[in-house]
Design a binder for this molecule. Structure first.
Ligand code: FUC
Length: 356
């Protein structure tokens, strides 16, 4: 295992570094202490050619605007909160309106736009970075000072683990995620429409026209939302299901049936690259890059719709407004913990539906 650190720039007088984690197989992950951004994940294809499988920007200035939340941790709360307000303990809190009249991904100055303190982890079988951030009381409109710790580790089995931990001085909401866009073709050779995805989920959340959950939980059976035995992302683009048509693909939260049981698998048949995602989070938002604009430059190519897809493991979006969703309230003094593991593998040709 190896880890190296190099200066990447300055933000408001604070130094930003790039950390590069490498294992004995040559798998390499580069991340920043700005927004905990994952900039690059180099994995081999079936022929042993290493290429980057996540969208990443060339420079720090792009991360400072980053309207698409490329690679970063979003929080305190991932996803949209309707009308940018909520009630907790009899008080109404008003949040940043950064998505029309709604709140999105923690607001204007959320986790994605903070310089985090960082500490390197360098052990025999694991290397990584532990990021620390104190989110002040009132940040984005949320109550309570929250101390957050996010740990990225890579091991020799090509597993990349993200662990989230937080503690609040007052009751607040907490449900972060990482917003990496995957593209397993490597080096942006193709878009993600031919990727095969499997999700062990029977149910997903219906969205309204503003992409906010209506509160209705729909059955995947008989729809393009049924990923239980694997299907191509393209199915959701050609599907006549009104929920697919609404977003021109997928931008939906799925409730996971099982945890740490190979519940999410993404596969690119042409390159042979396979990603398994396992988590203790209640759900995963599948976002297929439907709104990626064409005026951003990523390393390896220009942005366009369907160039990457996000698998955002998290609590259910807008849970604060729906008592039948898992609560995302973090009580004073309690510890929030959550973890998601990303395992990178290669599948033999012909395994069109991934493993299992
Ligand atoms: C995802 C989506 C949103 C938004 C954002 C950049 O999380 O749920 O619709 O486009 O990313």
């Amino acid at each position: 295992m190896a880890i190296r650190m190099q200066p990447y720039g300055m933000v408001d007088g604070q130094a930003v570094y790039e950390y590069t984690l490498t294992n004995k197989n040559g798998l390499e992950i580069a991340c920043l202490n700005y927004g905990c951004a994952v900039r690059r994940v180099l994995t081999p294809d079936r022929e042993g050619n290493y290429a980057n499988v996540v969208l990443g920007f060339p420079e720090l200035t792009h991360y400072r605007s980053n309207p698409v939340y490329c690679g970063v941790v979003v929080g305190r709360v991932a996803g949209r909160i309707k009308d940018a307000c909520f009630e907790l303990g009899g008080t109404t809190y008003r949040l940043d309106k950064n998505n029309g009249r709604h709140h999105l991904h923690g607001g204007v100055q959320g986790f994605s736009h903070a310089v985090w303190q960082a500490e390197m982890i360098d052990r025999d079988t694991v290397c990584g970075v532990r990021f620390f951030h104190v989110s002040p009381d009132g940040e984005g409109g949320y109550p309570g000072e929250v101390q957050t710790q996010i740990t990225y580790t890579l091991n020799e089995s090509n597993e990349f683990l993200i662990q989230y931990q937080a503690h609040s001085e007052a009751p607040t909401l907490f449900s972060p995620t990482n917003h990496m866009y995957f593209n397993l073709s490597g080096g942006l050779q193709r878009d993600i429409l031919q990727h095969t995805l499997k999700i062990d989920s029977d149910r997903f959340l219906e969205l309204d026209a503003d992409l906010i959950p209506t509160g209705k939980i729909l059955d995947v059976e008989g729809t393009a939302f049924d990923f239980r035995s694997g299907r191509s992302i393209h199915d959701g683009v050609i599907s006549e299901h009104p929920q697919n048509q609404l977003v021109r693909g997928y931008d939906h939260a799925f409730l996971l049936n099982h945890h740490y049981a190979g519940e999410i698998e993404l596969y690119d048949e042409l390159s042979g690259r396979h990603l398994m995602v396992e988590t203790d989070a209640p759900g995963v938002v599948l976002y297929t890059g439907n709104q990626l604009p064409d005026d951003l430059d990523f390393v390896g190519g220009r942005s366009r719709r369907y160039l990457g897809l996000c698998l955002e493991t998290q609590g259910l979006p807008d849970a604060v407004h729906h008592s039948h969703f898992f609560s995302c309230i973090l009580q004073r003094g309690a510890w929030f913990t959550s973890a998601t593991k990303y395992s990178f593998n290669i599948m033999a040709a012909g395994s069109s539906k991934g493993r299992g």
